[in-house]
Every structure is written in structure tokens, then in C-alpha cells.
Write a protein that binds this ligand. Structure first.
Ligand SMILES: NC(=O)c1ccc[n+]([C@@H]2O[C@H](COP(=O)([O-])OP(=O)(O)OC[C@H]3O[C@@H](n4cnc5c(N)ncnc54)[C@H](O)[C@@H]3O)[C@@H](O)[C@H]2O)c1
Length: 334
């Protein structure tokens, strides 16, 4: 397999590697023979969780730094072959309540990383995990990479700015960068403490607790949901594709699903929980972009990636994981 050969003995730095995406990626990279270093500051109320890397805990190096720390980043990027840049302020609600923190982590943090690479290791490949939120409300569907960029919340604005920084460093300083605009991703190792981001996983938590899944509005908004293993494969394949350098790609399933359908499927597959409809909270309504599903033809063509996990299988695997490891994800006061 192309990935196997490419990653064997490669040095890989994962920013935000104790979180949802970063930990799943770390586990696969260790299996592929890479030397993995994680940098993560365990930002409160986000997905950083040491249990996430349990299967590889003795095989990765962890550095508890903040990506905004120049001295740490100058040191950490040295001798790395690939950087997966996943550290970010990801909480949509917090981005509106505390926008300065969002700006500092997502923009200053990205800038510090890119400066560290510029001065210490300009040959490393950087893969940036941006969001489909960069598009804002869809004016045409499915959304392709040329769709207008009109982010609705500050989190999406700072993600877009970070993406543009990576592209500028690629064009001006030749630092090989690849930017992904990732859709709503779900699966094992996502935080389950609150519903402020990661609504799919929150629905799963409610079902496992035999509780009511709260679907906003009439539940007819359509979204594109991607299973984590497909995203990890996508990131691994993208980083080893030469023609991907300098490109921006949509990453999604390409399949629209309504929240109503999602809640029905989760309750029926987990055999617990039910759902009802509830008003959007003010905070949610402010940043809700409406229907979205991705046109993934560009990444299929250039990288050769496409998702393989259907919604039913993805839900089942996720429910099984959390039923088994619930104690590590449910907040302590429950
Ligand atoms: N999960 C999704 O559906 C999704 C979709 C689109 C984009 N993304 C992007 O992917 C990235 C990872 O998301 P995730 O879902 O794994 O979130 P997560 O909250 O599970 O992980 C983020 C990690 O980054 C760490 N972090 C935050 N600020 C940091 C800092 N200043 N220095 C060092 N570490 C820091 C956190 O402690 C956490 O472990 C984010 O940039 C997010 O915007 C995620």
C-alpha cells in the first residue's frame, strides 16, 4: 500500500494530537511505522484526552506546549517530514463568546507554526484541517472549491484566514502546504462532555444514555457527515500526493442527510433513545449556515481518495466504541 511505504520511519508532528482527529491519525501513523510527536496544550472544554492515544501511548512523544509558543514550535518542527496541523479553537459557541482566544489560537498559532517552519524546516509538508464552515451558507449544492467564501461565525473566519496563511507560505516561501475544508466528522475519540460542537457525536451520547436526542427546528437541514477513519485515510493519502501541494480540497462524504434522518438512524441502530424537535438556541441560529454537502470530485481525481464507510456502519462502530469506553468520555459529574 502506498501509505505504508511512505510513512515508514517518517517523522511526523501532529498539532492537537490528543484531540479527536489527531489521536485517530496518531494511532494509524504509529501502525504505519512513523515516528510520531504530538504537541497539545489540553485546552479546556475541547477534545484533548490522554485516553484517546491509549493504544499507542508508549509509542508517541507528547509535548504539552501551546502552538502559540514560538520557542517550543521552533524546536518541535526541526527534522519533521510532515506536519498535520490540527490544533485549533474548535468550539463554535466559544468562538463567539471569546473571539480573541479563537483568533489567537487559530490565526496566531498557525502563523507561529509557519514561521517556525520557514526558519527551521521549510521542506516539511504541512496539511491544514480547515472547515466546510469557510463557505458559509451554500448558494449552490453540492459545494465545490470555487464556491464563494462567506463564513457565518468567527471560528470559520479564523479557519479561512489560517488556510490563506498556509497558501501564502507555500507560494512565497515554498513551504509545501495542503489545505482541507473538512465536513462534520464523527466517530470514536470525540469529546462527549458538551454539545457546543460535534453534534453528531452528541446525538450518539443521548442515544446511549437512553435520552431524548434534541433536533433543532424541523430537522430538515441537510448535512454531509464523514466517518473518522475515512478522514484519517484521506489525510494520509493527501500528504503523500505530490500534486496535492498548494491545493485546497473539500473533504466529505458527498452524501446529504437530514438531521431528522440522522436522529432516527442513531436511535434505531443503538436501540436506545428517541428524538424530538426543539427551537434553535439563539447562539446556534446565529452561526447556522443551512444545507451543506460537498462536491468531492477534486480530491477523488487528484488524490484518489473516496470514503468507504456508510452511515449505518459508522454509527454502529461509534456506538460500540463509546459503550465500551464510556467512563473515559462522559463527564465526571454524570
Ligand atoms: N471534527 C470536525 O468535524 C472538524 C471539521 C472541520 C475541521 N476540523 C478541524 O480539525 C482540527 C481538529 O479538530 P478536532 O475535531 O480533532 O478537535 P478536538 O477539540 O478534539 O482537538 C483539538 C485539539 O487541539 C488542542 N489545542 C487547542 N488549542 C491548542 C493550542 N493553542 N496549542 C496546542 N494544542 C491546542 C486541544 O487541546 C485538542 O486536543 C481543528 O482545527 C478543527 O477546526 C474539525
Amino acid at each position: 500500500m502506498k501509505n505504508k511505504e511512505f510513512y515508514n520511519d517518517k517523522n511526523v508532528l501532529i498539532t492537537g494530537g490528543l484531540g479527536f482527529i489527531g489521536s485517530n491519525l496518531s494511532i494509524d501513523l504509529v501502525r504505519l511505522g512513523a515516528n510520531v510527536t504530538i504537541v497539545d496544550n489540553m485546552l479546556p472544554r475541547q477534545g484533548g484526552n490522554l485516553f484517546n492515544i491509549e493504544p499507542v501511548k508508549n509509542k508517541v512523544r507528547i509535548n504539552y506546549s501551546d502552538i502559540r509558543n514560538q520557542l517550543s514550535m521552533n524546536h518541535l518542527v526541526k527534522n519533521q517530514d510532515i506536519i498535520f496541523h490540527l490544533a485549533g479553537q474548535v468550539n463554535h459557541v466559544d468562538s463567539m463568546k471569546n473571539p480573541v482566544q479563537d483568533l489567537e489560537i487559530n490565526c496566531l498559532g498557525t502563523l507561529v507554526l509557519m514561521q517556525a517552519l520557514r526558519h527551521n524546516n521549510p521542506e516539511a509538508i504541512v496539511v491544514y484541517s480547515g472547515t466546510r464552515g469557510e463557505y458559509g451558507s451554500s448558494v449552490s449544492l453540492p459545494v465545490n472549491e470555487d464556491h464563494p467564501l462567506n463564513p457565518k461565525g468567527l471560528y470559520a473566519v479564523t479557519n479561512l484566514a489560517a488556510e490563506k496563511m498556509i497558501i501564502v507560505y507555500q507560494e512565497v516561501f515554498n513551504i509545501p502546504g495542503i489545505c482541507l475544508r473538512i465536513t462534520n466528522t464523527y466517530g470514536p475519540r470525540h469529546q462527549m462532555m458538551h454539545d457546543e460542537y460535534g453534534v453528531f457525536n452528541w446525538f450518539i451520547k443521548k442515544a446511549i444514555d437512553d435520552d431524548i436526542i434534541p433536533v433543532f427546528g424541523d430537522g430538515m437541514i441537510k448535512r454531509d457527515f464523514l466517518y473518522i477513519d475515512d478522514l484519517v485515510t484521506c489525510m494520509l493519502m493527501t500528504a503523500c500526493t505530490k500534486d496535492a501541494i498548494g491545493e485546497v480540497f473539500n473533504v466529505g462524504s458527498g452524501v446529504p442527510v437530514t438531521f431528522r434522518e440522522l436522529a432516527q438512524k442513531i436511535a434505531s441502530i443503538s436501540k436506545t433513545g428517541s428524538y424530538n424537535f426543539t427551537e434553535f438556541t439563539k447562539e446556534r441560529a446565529e452561526v447556522e449556515p443551512g444545507d451543506y454537502w460537498a462536491d468531492i470530485s477534486k480530491i477523488k481525481k487528484i488524490v484518489g481518495w473516496e470514503p468507504v464507510t456508510n452511515l449505518e456502519n459508522g454509527i454502529k462502530k461509534t456506538v460500540d466504541f463509546y459503550r465500551k469506553y464510556k467512563e473515559h468520555y462522559w463527564s465526571k459529574n454524570e
